[in-house]
Ligand binder design. Sequence first.
Ligand SMILES: C[S@@+](CC[C@H](N)C(=O)[O-])C[C@H]1O[C@@H](n2cnc3c(N)ncnc32)[C@H](O)[C@@H]1O
Length: 251
Amino acid sequence: MADRSVHYTVMTLFPEMIEAGLHTSILGKAEENGILRIDTVNIRDYTENKHKRVDDYPYGGGAGMVMQAEPIWHTYEACFGEMLARGERPRLIYLSPQGRVFDQKMADELSKEDELVFLCGHYEGVDERVLEMIVTDTVSIGDYVLTGGELPAMVMIDAIARLIPGVLGNEASWAEDESFRGDLLEYPQYSRPEEFMGRKVPEVLLSGHHARIEEWRREQSVIRTAKMRPDLLEKAELSEKERNLAKKYLQ
Ligand SMILES: C[S@@+](CC[C@H](N)C(=O)[O-])C[C@H]1O[C@@H](n2cnc3c(N)ncnc32)[C@H](O)[C@@H]1O
């Protein structure tokens, strides 16, 4: 049995998207092992009109449709009624291009929560009143507009859940040296064969000399970050030697 069990609820009009994307591979295994449970709730099941309508025209005019407050509120009450009756409320993330931009630090912080709810918008967005009532965090996955919040919810859940201890088989692989840890990108990786179409694996990686391998990897991380994401270097903790190395590669 897992030490800790984490539960995510996704409120959506398209549960099949979430189910197809998240119940497989590493997260699917974590569900089998009881570490993680991801429930999808179809907002359309909580409409009170016979056509199961969930959207309507925006007051004031303008293009597109707006997701109505009522079915979202009913979904929320049905899922969290007991919690609300105790005077508590879940941490509920509304996916929106207007939110704070998601990053590895936010994933780290959210991976400590045992209960999270994701609300996926669609069309032109969601009636503001229900957002005011239930949302605790508004999060964007980047400065572009998608058709719905399902892909952003899946991106967030994937990035968060893989940080829960036990989700990745090998604990070391999520610990220290992945990209964005210490504000550096990860070093290049190689696997068998030793030579591929005339290109050899760097000699040092075959040496078995752990200290030299560590040193080489750290240098490669600094070089790679300087070349690809120089903006990250401002916050990275680098020695003077590493700063000088980075300078050589800044473009
Ligand atoms: C077409 S968008 C609505 C955009 C909205 N009219 C605006 O201009 O801010 C429909 C839904 O997709 C989701 N969405 C779109 N882009 C997103 C992004 N970059 N990050 C998170 N969610 C996004 C949100 O849930 C949003 O309610």
